[in-house]
Each structure stands twice: as C-alpha cells, then as structure tokens.
Design a binder for this molecule. Structure first.
Ligand code: SF4
Length: 424
C-alpha cells in the first residue's frame, strides 16, 4: 500500500526554511526583563487590575495566576459582551474604578492593544492611577504561548530510543548518559493508537526521534504503524544522518523504500563530523524521499553549535521565567507507556537523575497518562501551563552557544558552574 496523504505531495515541513526558523526564534522569545519589572510592579500594590477585557487580557490573567499575582478585576470604558475563554473575574467600568479603588494601593496593567492607549493613558494620569505598559510583543507572546492548542496545531515527538551514536555534549535529551533501550513495538502500537483516538487522527506533526532513531531494530515497522495510524498527517523522522546510507540494505529492510512508501520526511541535523551530506541528498533523490536540514543556530550559515540547557537541581527558579522557554507549548513528548510530557527535558530527566544520582522530581503535575485522560484537551492544558518541573530550568541562564564536541558525561554540561562563559 502506498500512502499519499492529501496536501503533502511536494510540500516541505514548516520548519525546513532558515527564514521560518529565524522568525520563529525571534517570535518565541520575549523581553524577560520587562516581565520581571511587571511582576515587581504588581508586588507593590494590594490591588491589581487589568485594563481591557479581550482574549489577550485573559492570557495576562492566566500568566499572573501562574506567578501567584492576584488580579481583582478587568477594567473597561463600557461593559462589553465578553465570553471568557480562560476564567471569569469581575469586569468593572472606569466609573466604578474611581469609586471602588484607591490610587494609593492599586496598580493597573495595560492589557489592551496599544492603539487604544490614546484614550486610556490620559484618563489614568488624570485620575493619578499607576499603570504598567506591557509591550505589544510580550502581550502577543504571552497569549500565543498560554493558549491551549488544538490537535492539528500540536507537534508530538516520540523518542523510540534514548541512546545515540553521536553523544553530543550538553544534549537536552541526556542521550550520552542513556542506557541502550528501545521503545517496544507492542507498546508503540498501543500508545500511538490511543493517541490517535484522543486527537481523532488530527495531529499537526508526528516526529519519530531519539536518541538516534535509526538504532532501533524495528524502525521500519514503527514507520509503517505510524503511517497506518496517522494516514493524513505529516510524519517526520529526525536523525543525525550517520546511519542513513547503511540502512539501504539493513537486516530489517530498506529504510529508503519504507520512507518513500509511507511518505515520511527525513529531517537531518548536520553536525560538524565526517558525514557525506551530499550522498544522503543524492540517495533521497534516487528514492524520491523528501529531506530537510534543521537550520543551525544561532547562525544558520555557520556550523552546528551546541546550546546549553541549564538545569537548577535545587529547583529555585522564579515562576515567571518559564514563559521564555523555547520548549514551552511547542515540543510535546510521548514516552513509552503513553506518558505525555510538555517538553523533552522533563520527559528524559530520569536519565540525568540516574546517571548523576540526582533527584529532580517528576510529579503528577508534570505529565498526563493517555490511558487515564478522556480527551485531547488534557494534553493541550498540560502544555499551555507552567508545570512543577519548570522550577528546575534555569531559563535566564540560557542563550549560550558552544562549539560542538562529544560529551565527557560530566554534570557541568547540564548545570551552571560559577564564572562560566560562552565559548562561541
Ligand atoms: S519544564 Fe518548563 S521550563 Fe523546563 S523545558 Fe519544560 S516547559 Fe521549559
């Protein structure tokens, strides 16, 4: 059977182009200093009000809930018809604002779009209310990140191995520390079917990933099950490419034939190692397999660098920092047995804990079990809120890039050492 999902013939995965990647990176990072100032502003007042009652104002409320900032009400010039999408709180008019709240102990967050400022700011100044102006960029990102996503906008990755044959330093999946282990076929079949039922076969993208997925002895069967289960969805095999040319005549069959037959993309990460990328592209052309390269960051035109994902084993990170995490609400991970985590570090932390005898705890707040939940909305909700595990991610220390190297398997690759500097 040849699978030919509608709309994918000749198309490219969304994250194929450098431009898309650059734009996405820019978009996903907000101004954390401004967020910190906003939280500091709120801490000065007994009462906090959000001016505006649109959808983005509700996501600012959600953000404040996560950061333990109590919001009393939304303020509007007139009482609008409003259907709450997150949660209901009182909405008051500007008349009531003056009557009910004193200027001394009330702080106002401007949640509405900047175009309305002309009418609002002079009024607040006249009444002598203190206000905090949230930038449009931050407002948009808060809303986008905290909105639960429907299945068709959700990209789920399934690591079918945890170990890898490259063992990059600082790997966010802790693959250099992982034991040799494979997602058993029976579990894979059951888990993916249950997932498909929950999302009614409408997933955005399914990524088969590792460790290095080509190490799995039943990879072809996994690709077949994936395509049979998700017939009309984008499926991508994410690989370091080192084994692709060897798998033309592998014991389990010809990987290239399988990729073509099941219409599955290859997404290649090109590391600065001795690998013949042109030969891989020639082979893909020969078999008619679609292939893309993950653009290198921070500069797509230079060789692959390593990004250090810094952990804080003491779990002392401030609540607001998660909002700048690149994984947040974008990199859902399903592990063997059907546990869904919002991100790879939480999904794979057991490897780090076991290897270094650490105890960065996973609690029931950090995942959902696909065999216990009733609908996909539980997955969407998990991924659009801060989980308990976020306290271990030192997001403010992220952003440093290092030359690619093989891991020494020492803990300093994953935690911060005092005085450390970027070596890009
Ligand atoms: S636990 Fe939270 S902050 Fe850490 S990687 Fe996952 S989503 Fe990001």
């Amino acid at each position: 059977m040849v699978y030919n999902p509608k709309g994918f013939e000749g198309s490219k995965p969304k994250f194929f182009s450098k431009k898309w990647w650059r734009e996405t990176m820019k978009y996903w990072h907000l101004n954390l200093n401004e967020i910190q100032e906003m939280i500091g502003f709120c801490r000065q007042y007994k009462n906090i009000l959000i001016f505006g009652v649109s959808e983005n104002c509700e996501y600012i409320l959600k953000f404040f809930d996560i950061c333990n900032v109590r919001v009393n009400a939304f303020v509007e010039n007139n009482l609008p018809e409003h259907k709450f999408c997150y949660r209901e709180i009182p909405v008051i008019t500007t008349d009531k604002l003056i009557k009910q709240f004193s200027t001394v102990d009330t702080g106002i967050i401007l949640g509405l779009y900047n175009e309305h400022y002309e009418s609002v700011i002079p009024y607040l100044r006249k009444c002598d209310f203190s206000y905090f102006d949230v930038s449009e960029h931050n407002k948009n990102i808060i809303m986008s990140k905290l909105s639960p996503k429907p299945p068709k906008e959700t990209h789920i990755e399934i690591p079918i191995t945890e170990h890898c044959n490259l063992n990059c330093k600082m790997c966010n999946y802790f693959a250099p520390l992982a034991k040799k282990q494979f997602y058993p076929l029976t579990n894979f079949r059951n888990d993916i079917k249950r997932l498909a039922n929950l999302c009614e076969h409408k997933l955005g993208t399914l990524k088969i990933i590792g460790g290095e997925p080509l190490l799995h002895p039943n990879l072809i069967e996994i690709l077949r099950i994936s395509r049979e289960t998700f017939q009309d969805n984008e499926i991508i095999l994410v690989t370091n490419g080192t084994l692709l040319l060897h798998h033309e005549n592998a014991k389990q069959g010809n990987i290239w034939d399988a990729l073509k037959k099941f219409n599955i993309w290859i997404l290649l990460t090109v590391y600065p190692i001795n690998i013949n990328v042109n030969a891989i592209f020639d082979k893909a052309n020969e078999y008619g397999v679609n292939i893309g390269i993950i653009p290198n960051l921070p500069n797509p035109d230079s060789e692959k660098k390593l990004h250090k994902f810094v952990l804080d084993p003491l779990g002392k990170q401030e609540a607001f920092t998660f909002i700048n995490c690149g994984y947040f609400n974008s990199c859902v991970t399903m592990m063997q047995g059907g546990k869904i985590f919002p991100c790879p570090p939480a999904a794979h932390i057991h490897i780090f804990n076991e290897f270094f005898n650490e105890n960065l705890m996973i609690t029931e707040d950090d995942y959902v079990d696909i065999y216990k939940i009733k609908s996909f909305s539980d997955i969407s909700d998990l991924c659009s809120r801060r989980v308990e595990f976020c306290k271990y991610c030192a997001i403010k220390s992220h952003g440093r890039w290092y030359k690619w190297e093989v891991s020494n398997k020492t803990i300093d690759e994953w935690i911060d050492i005092a005085g450390e500097e970027s070596s890009t």
